[in-house]
Design a binder for this molecule. Structure first.
Ligand SMILES: *Cc1c(COP(=O)(O)O)cnc(C)c1O
Length: 351
């Protein structure tokens, strides 16, 4: 037996548009006004691949990257030039310290405990202030307990909970953040995620932290037309068949044919992040035709109606309709879940 590894071509692929990714970052950088846009690339670049995303964006001029934890930092810190900064949003646990003190990434300190843990290193860090989301971050009344002169603080940041909605919580958080800035200073200030950027100049400060919209997400209507689709899931037809009137399809017979027509069975399913919310609601695209998903999405298989595209055969490729606001409406998933859940069975092809 030869020990040469034979690669078997996957029946699923993600077509990833690098031009659209870069154009989205540039648009968000422009929309950030006087502030400069960084890039949130946690969760493996929201499922697209942290390494290619960070390479493409740093080549376009992005100088700040945000990951969730030190494992994610370790995957990208070696490939980025030294003038590019990496922030670890989930902060620094005791278990992270050995790695963290020799890493070029900096922790975002979220609590007094983390502040004390990092203080002894004298190294650079960011600080997260809790302005009302009550997730991570130091409360305003605790800020007086920390002496930032003992540390090199780069970004003093906070995070908006509802920037995708028109709610007074946005202005309330802005006011809390501004109050915090009178108590604590760093080199730079940052408040906005993707949706926050669209709230206007008062929210921009020095640097912004878009994630979702880099990858085609549209959390506020004003971003439509400026943000392009980046992720295009595609899959191959495994089998075509004809249904007769009354034939039942798939698990629990959630589709019953009301006429004689052809269907195709696709090599994709909920294990690939195409979750069951798309059952009887999603579409696949082929040469301008919209082919409806029929019945329940299985783990590894999906059925689509190919009445409008009768030339389709086993082995042909179809694209899922995956413009994120549309796919979110069809499936009931968030735009975030739609991309971070895409899984390992796709080959990821950047064009
Ligand atoms: C994930 C995250 C972002 C990016 O948010 P999007 O809504 O994806 O643009 C920015 N800042 C923090 C602290 C985050 O956790």
């Amino acid at each position: 037996m030869s020990d040469k590894k034979i690669e078997n071509p996957s029946p699923l692929r993600l077509r990833l548009d690098s031009e659209a990714l870069v154009s989205n970052w540039q648009a968000l950088d422009q929309l950030s006004g006087a502030a400069t846009a960084g890039a949130a690339i946690k969760a493996n670049g929201y499922g697209l691949g942290a390494e290619p995303v960070s390479r493409l964006l740093q080549a376009a001029g992005c100088k700040d990257f945000y990951v969730a934890n030190w494992q994610e930092a370790s995957e990208i810190e070696a490939i980025l030039p030294t003038d590019v900064l990496v922030s670890v949003l989930n902060g620094v646990r005791e278990e992270d310290m050995t790695y963290a003190v020799q890493s070029r990434a900096k922790p975002v300190l979220n609590s007094i405990e983390q502040f004390q843990r990092w203080q002894q290193t004298g190294r650079v860090c960011d600080i997260m202030v809790n302005s009302g989301m009550n997730r991570l971050g130091i409360n305003l009344d605790e800020l007086k307990k920390i002496d930032v002169s003992t540390l090199q603080v780069d970004i003093v940041m906070s995070h908006l909970a509802s920037a995708d909605e028109d709610t007074k919580q946005n202005a309330e958080q802005l006011a809390q953040y501004q109050a915090a800035l009178t108590m604590i200073t760093g080199r730079r200030k940052s408040l906005c995620n993707s949706a926050g950027i669209a709230l206007g100049a008062d929210y921009h400060f020095d640097c912004t932290r878009p994630g979702l919209s880099l990858y085609g997400g549209i959390p506020r209507p004003v971003l439509a037309g400026k943000i392009k689709q980046v992720v295009f899931p595609e899959t191959q037809i495994l089998q075509c068949r004809s249904l007769q009137t009354g034939d039942k399809l798939g698990y629990n017979a959630k589709y019953v044919a009301d006429r004689q027509h052809d269907i195709a069975i696709l090599a994709m399913g909920y294990a690939d992040g195409y979750l069951r919310g798309f059952s009887n609601r999603g579409y696949f695209l082929y040469q301008g035709h919209k082919l409806p998903v029929l019945g329940r999405v299985s783990m590894d298989l999906i059925a689509v109606d190919i009445s409008q595209a009768s030339s389709l055969r086993e082995g042909d490729w179809l694209s899922a309709e995956y413009e994120l606001p549309i796919a979110a409406q069809q499936s009931g998933l968030s735009q975030y879940e739609l991309i971070t859940g895409l899984g390992h069975r796709y080959t990821r092809n950047w064009s």
